[in-house]
Write a protein that binds this ligand. Structure first.
Ligand code: PMP
Length: 292
């Protein structure tokens, strides 16, 4: 693969030139925020939602982004243009910036901003029809009163540990419960279940990321006339669901075939999941912010 052009602190540079300091607090402490964004068909998917979520997360951690939202949007678009990216995945990262070894961000005068626009590794295509097996991790999702999962921060350690646990179990994704044992979300995806024709997904306040794919699926479900309730539920409800699927920028809407060894529904993609995935794909390919 040819070298990518990366945006870093005001400049577009070759990948090999895109270097940040070992004193960057993003590296030293995971002190920063990020977004994972998709481009479909020459357009950025829900660009404004991603930019708004990035700035909301930065506000929550009192991180001043040295660009306006309009300038940040232009960075996103220009990075895609410079890489001639029409379909792919974009990573936008803002760290606290270069400081010293102390914890205090007082020594970090300016945030570091970078943007990578490249290809995306999807889950294998057959999983979209046959479903994906997952496990429940022993790692709990961050409690919202500690580091609120609504902040898409660079601190993903518990999700990484859960992902490693999934990989050790031979499955691609792990479900995480919140501190009270309520189903929260997966390491990089939100979760939905379907029971007796009603779609359920955990509410944001129990400690999950306000996923942009989740929002889109909620809107599409309403348009398609499905009943959808944001409600707390437990593993019992997941094991006994008729269908289960996960949503995320990379995953879109992927059916779950098995959870902790329990087959979900028929064990294949259910009808509601298939309908929503098709609606999602159509929507993703039809709208968005033009890159070129
Ligand atoms: N939960 C977590 C923990 C995530 O990291 C992500 C993003 N990969 C999601 C859910 C899905 O969010 P989105 O639909 O905005 O990608």
């Amino acid at each position: 693969m040819s070298s990518q052009i990366i945006y870093l602190d005001g400049q577009y540079v070759e990948e090999g030139e895109a270097k940040i300091s070992v004193f960057d607090h993003g590296v030293l402490y995971g002190d920063g925020v990020f977004e994972g964004i998709r481009a479909y068909n020459g357009r950025i998917f829900r660009c404004e939602d991603h930019i708004d979520r990035l700035y909301a997360a930065a506000k929550a951690i009192m991180l001043e982004i040295p660009l306006t939202k309009e300038e940040m949007t232009e960075v996103l678009l220009e990075t895609c243009r410079r890489n001639d990216l029409r379909d792919g995945y974009i990573r936008l990262v803002v760290t606290r910036g270069k400081g010293d070894l102390g914890l205090s961000p007082k020594t970090c005068p300016k945030a570091t901003v970078f943007c990578i626009a490249g290809n995306i590794t999807m889950y294998p295509e057959e999983m979209y029809t046959k479903g994906m097996p997952i496990i429940t991790s022993v790692q709990r999702r961050n409690k919202a009163t500690i580091v609120d999962p609504q902040i898409k921060s660079l601190n993903y350690l518990n999700n990484i540990l859960a992902k490693m646990e999934a990989n050790r179990a031979g499955v691609p994704e792990a479900l995480m419960l919140n501190h009270d044992g309520i189903v929260a979300e997966c390491t990089g995806d939100n979760i939905f279940i379907v029971k007796d024709g009603v779609i359920y997904t955990p509410p944001i306040h129990i400690g999950i990321l306000d996923g942009i794919t989740r929002r889109t699926v909620i809107e599409l479900a309403a348009k398609l006339g499905f009943a959808l309730v944001e409600k707390e539920f437990t593993l019992f409800n997941v094991y006994n669901a008729d269908e289960c699927f996960l949503t995320g920028t990379a995953a879109e809407a992927i059916p779950v075939s098995m959870v902790d060894g329990r087959v979900i529904g028929t064990g294949n993609a259910g009808e509601v999941t298939k309908t929503l995935l098709a609606a999602f794909k159509a929507y993703a390919n039809e709208q968005g912010t033009d890159i070129f």
